[in-house]
Ligand binder design. Structure first.
Ligand code: ADP
Ligand code: MG
Length: 268
């Protein structure tokens, strides 16, 4: 049985989608796990953009939840990363998440990881998704409002008796005004799984339609994502050596178009 993990936060803009994309990519590309990423931010979906998927495919989560097509028809395989992605529709109209639970239960039978990139805050869709996940990772920034909002999310998950794996502290700048990691641990009563630095390479990699762990595998931030993924599956992480780190400094890859294959499409 696969693990159904929700990536949650209190506030938006803290890096949930970035974490979902990079975690999913490392687990799939580096550790050969079967990973499906679901854009659970149904009001403002954008997970697909992190993979250079700019078109809405024929079938999205809406078609699946409305019972029009089975889930495998809404799965897009990104051939560059090995990750499978289920898009949420950009078009207007509320999505009824009632049927999502049975979809997730089906996916966990055939995948090692089902990762849900969630919406920020505690709206109805997040409450619903919280009930459907097995485990949660909370993303925050080391700032007072972001941590305070994360605590609300943590409280709600605790009330629902959900397993919270811990916090990912993202966009850390090592500034005096930031909360210290020990303070975040103390106030949340949770482990900090990873601290990820603020790095302009991340928005740059998104502009190239690639998760940073593919775009620049041995950069400092990529190493932080890769170490986190290794810890999540209990694998020893081998740090990149000095030559690999050096190569990463000069390694600006040219953009190449990713190839997406819909699961139901015959492949020749
Ligand atoms: P969320 O899903 O929580 O709203 P995103 O993953 O969309 O957050 O990230 C919000 C913005 O922050 C994006 O433009 C992304 O490029 C940027 N970002 C995320 N993590 C980092 C980081 N570690 N360093 C620099 N920019 C980052
Ligand atoms: Mg997001």
């Amino acid at each position: 049985m696969g693990r159904i993990i929700g990536i949650l936060s209190g506030k938006g803009g803290v890096g949930k989608t970035t974490l979902s994309a990079n975690l999913g990519t490392v687990l799939s590309h580096e550790y050969k796990k079967k990973v499906v990423l679901i854009d659970g931010n149904v009001t403002a979906p954008n997970l697909d953009l992190h993979f250079g998927l700019y078109d809405e495919f024929q079938y999205t989560l809406r078609d699946v939840l409305n019972g029009n097509v089975p889930i495998d028809q809404a799965i897009n395989l990104c051939s560059r990363t090995g990750v499978k992605i289920v898009q949420s529709p950009l078009s207007k109209g509320k999505l009824n998440l009632k049927n999502l639970k049975s979809v997730l239960r089906k996916l966990e039978k055939t995948h090692d990881f089902v990762i849900l990139d969630c919406a920020p805050a505690l709206g109805e869709e997040v409450y619903q998704i919280m009930d459907m996940i097995d485990e949660a990772i909370i993303v925050t920034m080391p700032l007072i409002p972001e941590v305070a909002s994360a605590l609300k999310t943590i409280n709600t998950l605790n009330e629902k008796k959900k397993v919270i794996l811990g916090l990912v502290v993202n966009r850390a700048k090592n500034k005096k005004y930031e909360l210290k990691i020990d303070e975040i641990k103390a106030v949340s009563k949770l482990p900090v799984l990873s601290v990820i630095q603020e790095d302009t390479k991340i928005p740059y990699s998104i502009s190239q339609g690639m998760p940073i762990v593919i775009y620049d595998k041995n950069s400092k931030v990529s190493t932080q994502f890769r170490r986190l993924a290794a810890n999540l599956i209990g694998q020893e992480f081998i740090e990149p050596n000095i030559l690999e780190r050096l190569a990463s400094l000069f390694n600006l890859k040219k953009r190449t178009e990713p190839i997406f294959i819909q699961e139901n499409t015959p492949q020749f």
